[in-house]
Design a protein around this ligand. Structure first.
Ligand code: FES
Length: 147
């Protein structure tokens, strides 16, 4: 009897340990990218609806992109040419990790995919598709969600 309980206990501990490893892996991938995220300032309103201020255009180097939080999501906000803005989901199209800004590229920390920071195009797999576009416009020096 004691042996059976011990086996169950061991199985439970083993299962919990395996779960913890999986959770730790997911947790690390769902965090927003570091670096310039903080310099863009928080969105002015929560959620991903039209009209949400995503970033100040001056916080984004021309030809590059930054990753910002938009509610529970991470969004890439780019300045392809001076004064213009583009945005993409920061969720890697391979398995959903959050990409990180890396100059003119976006790098996925999970399996090494690389994207263009200004177009969201795949530069290096295994990502199968470009990052989905998000409609944005520039309003008073801010990049705002919505067309
Ligand atoms: S989840 Fe991004 S490369 Fe796999």
């Amino acid at each position: 009897m004691d042996t059976e309980i011990s086996r169950r206990g061991a199985l439970a501990v083993g299962a919990a340990g395996a779960g913890a490893i999986v959770v730790a892996g997911c947790g690390a991938s769902s965090k927003p990218a570091g670096g310039p995220t903080g310099s863009a300032g928080p969105p002015s309103t929560a959620g991903s609806g039209s009209g949400t201020r995503l970033a100040s255009l001056s916080a984004i180097p021309v030809g590059e992109g930054i990753v910002v939080k938009d509610g529970d999501s991470a969004v890439v906000v780019a300045q392809p040419t001076r004064g213009a803005a583009a945005a993409f989901s920061a969720k890697c199209t391979h398995m959903g990790c959050t990409v990180k800004a890396a100059g003119k590229e976006l790098h996925c920390p999970c399996h090494g995919s690389k994207y263009s920071a200004t177009t969201g195009a795949v530069l290096h797999g295994p990502a199968p598709r470009p990052l989905p576009k998000i409609a944005v416009h520039v309003d008073g020096g801010s990049v705002v969600a919505g067309a």
